[in-house]
Structures are given as structure tokens and as C-alpha cells.
Design a protein around this ligand. Structure first.
Ligand SMILES: [Zn+2]
Length: 374
């Protein structure tokens, strides 16, 4: 059966929901046609002219990447250098482009989990919760006859999951009041009347990124013309989701030894290090790409090392001051570890649907190279 671009996009949505992406981001299908048929997908960290050349050579219909094109809006699509030129060329070649960026950083099984796994870390946990996408408490007032229907609709939309437990909710019966407008067609009561009815206050929890979908489902099955509901932001975040990861080393070792291990594991020519090289590292923090802004979280987690792609000089100094050794392994090397995982997840999704699509890992590395002084 012919697979469409839409199928690949849907599987990717299951791997890294687009709603998890940070507000500034640009994710999802960025170039192409959802209905285009797809036989071959090239998986790369980013779209460049050499990656497009590779896709053309392979006959790939789609390029799935971590870094998106057009992160900043483009005003024109014309041939030439830059994202606009790349997007223009993709469109001309009939190649779709899909990106999962910060949503793939945050999602369980994404960039940071792949990086932690590559470094052999155990007991992996998130480095910092991402409160903007954290839990919301959703409270809705519903007549007893419809409480179970509304509850089930919310659960089906992803509400009510706490850790390994599903379908979590709380309800209490009370008395609701309302005055019916004269021109209304109410589910309960008569136009113009002040009504008092028995209602159930039904509450459950929903991850922020699923809130809109859950509210839409609740409104769809709720019998009232104008259901009353409240949304509260909670200081809690779904398990496994967040910025960066922290984990324990199987065997504690000196920062210098862990730095060499990281260079080998990530296939780097070398890594740059800040901090006391003899200090023993038992726990490490990781963040693929840029780790700016996460040094304090690494210190709070008791990490003796922070493995990331790049970090501002001032943040390196701050980390060393806090006793967190810095290991800079390059932006590309700390993120490309997710690509084989992405292919594995995509393959699982395709196998489940019994679809056949060839998934190809790009042969291009865009890591900066080291040249030593004479
Ligand atoms: Zn990146």
C-alpha cells in the first residue's frame, strides 16, 4: 500500500508531539504535500545542500530532521543561499521536509535520552522540568447523567495519567445555579428561570500540551450549551519530560576519564573541558546541542559533569565554580545520537501499520572539525 507523507507525519507526532515544542520553534511538515506518496525517507540532523543532493541521489521523497528550516520567518522563496533557498530547492525537487526540534529534545526517548543512553548513564531522569508544558488541572461541572461520558472523553484525549496510573479523576456532587437567558435552548431548566440543579464537579489532570485537545473533547460530549470549566496551572510536570537529562555513571571516574569516554562514545575528534579534571564524577547531566541555561539545574542534581554540545564561556566558568565539570562535545555530535533512535521509532511505527518505507540515515556529518596548532 502506498504510504503518504501524512503517515510519516502521524508517526512522528506519536514520537514527539508537536505541541511539546517551545513557542519560538518551527516544527512539523515545513515543506511539501501531506498527500504525496513516500517510498524512501532520508533522516538527517538538518537540511543542507549536500543533504538535498543525497536525497536526490537516493530518490528520497522526504527528509526528516531535528533542526527545522525557516526557524525565523522567511519573506521570499527564491533560489540561493540560506533557508529560503533550501526550502525553494526542496519544493522544486518535490521533496517533503519534516522537523521535530525542541519537541524531540523534551520528549521521552528523544535527543537527550539518546545522549544519556550513548554515555551509558543509569537511573536517567529529566534535568529540569518544563513547566510551560507541565500539568494542568481541568475541572468541569457536569450533570450526573453525563459525568461518565465526559470522564471517558477526557481520558481518551490523554487526561488522567499519573505515572503508570491511568484514568485518574476525582468527583464530588454539589449544587449548581444559573439563570437561563430568555432566548436560550437550555439542556436543563426553562428560559428566564433561575435554576438550581445537582451537578458533579469532575476534576482530572492533563499535560499542558494535550490541554486544547482534552478541552475540545470535553466540550464535544458535554450536554450543556455553555459548560463551565476551569483550568489551573500546576507546579508539576509529566514524568520523563523536560529539558536535558541527568543520570548516574555505572562506575564513578575522574572528569578527564569521563571526558575521554564521552569523546569515544560520541565519535568526536576531541572534547573541550572546564573544571577540575581529577574530580570524581558519579552523576552526569546531559543536554544535546546548546546547554545554555541548564548549569544551575546540573548543580542542583549533584552532577559532577555536564556533557553538552556548546556552552557560553561565562556559563563554563559558572559551572566550574559550582563544581560541575563541563564537557563540550560539539552541537552535531551531541544531537546526531538521536538519528538511529528516530529511525528505530519510525520503523516500529511503520511495522505496526504494516507499511514498507525505506529509512536511510544520512551519511553527512556537519560537526566542526579540529585542527591542532603546529
Ligand atoms: Zn540543535
Amino acid at each position: 500500500m502506498a504510504v503518504t507523507c501524512r503517515t510519516i507525519c502521524d508517526i512522528m507526532e506519536g514520537i514527539a508531539p508537536g505541541a511539546l515544542a517551545m513557542d519560538y520553534d518551527n516544527v512539523g511538515l515545513l515543506v511539501g504535500d501531506l498527500d504525496a506518496s513516500v517510498d524512501r525517507v532520508l533522516v538527517a540532523l538538518e537540511v543542507t545542500q549536500d543533504v538535498i543532493d543525497e536525497a536526490v541521489r537516493l530518490g528520497a521523497d522526504m527528509i526528516v530532521t531535528h533542526h527545522p528550516l525557516m526557524l525565523r520567518p522567511v519573506g521570499r522563496l527564491t533560489k540561493g543561499a540560506g533557508d529560503a533557498g533550501l526550502a525553494y530547492r526542496l519544493a522544486r525537487e518535490g521533496i517533503c521536509h519534516f522537523a521535530a526540534h525542541t519537541n524531540l529534545d523534551i520528549a521521552p526517548g528523544g535527543v537527550n535520552d539518546a545522549l544519556a543512553a550513548r554515555l551509558g548513564l543509569k537511573n536517567v531522569r529529566r534535568l529540569q522540568p518544563y513547566y510551560e508544558k507541565g500539568y494542568r488541572k481541568l475541572v468541569v461541572f457536569v450533570p450526573p447523567t453525563h459525568a461518565q461520558k465526559v470522564r471517558e472523553a477526557l481520558f481518551a484525549a490523554g487526561a488522567g495519567r499519573i505515572g503508570a496510573y491511568g484514568k485518574c479523576s476525582f468527583s464530588v456532587t454539589g449544587r449548581g445555579t444559573f439563570e437561563v437567558p430568555k432566548d436560550a435552548k437550555p439542556y436543563l431548566g426553562a428560559p428566564g428561570n433561575f435554576e438550581q440543579v445537582e451537578e458533579i464537579r469532575l476534576e482530572t489532570i492533563v499535560p499542558g500540551y494535550l490541554l486544547d485537545a482534552a478541552v475540545a473533547e470535553m466540550l464535544r460530549v458535554h450536554p450543556y450549551e455553555a459548560p463551565a470549566y476551569d483550568v489551573y496551572a500546576l507546579e508539576a510536570c509529566p514524568e520523563g519530560m523536560g529539558l536535558g537529562r541527568a543520570g548516574d555513571l555505572t562506575t564513578p571516574m575522574a572528569l578527564s576519564a569521563f571526558a575521554r569516554l564521552a569523546a569515544r562514545a560520541l565519535g568526536c575528534e576531541g572534547v573541550r573541558v572546564a573544571g577540575d579534571e581529577t574530580a570524581l564524577v558519579a552523576c552526569a547531566a546531559v543536554c544535546g546541542g546548546s546547554g545554555n541555561g541548564l548549569v544551575d539545574a546540573a548543580a542542583r542534581q549533584g552532577a559532577g559533569a555536564f556533557v553538552t554540545g556548546e556552552l557560553k564561556h561565562s556559563e563554563c566558568l559558572r559551572a566550574a565554580e559550582l563544581g560541575v565539570g563541563v564537557i563540550l562535545a560539539g552541537h552535531y555530535s551531541t544531537e546526531a545520537v538521536v538519528l538511529p533512535e528516530l529511525i528505530r521509532h519510525l520503523q516500529n511505527g511503520l511495522d505496526t501499520l504494516e507499511y514498507t518505507v525505506e529509512l536511510v540515515l544520512s551519511g553527512h556529518s556537519h560537526e566542526l572539525r579540529w585542527i591542532g596548532g603546529e
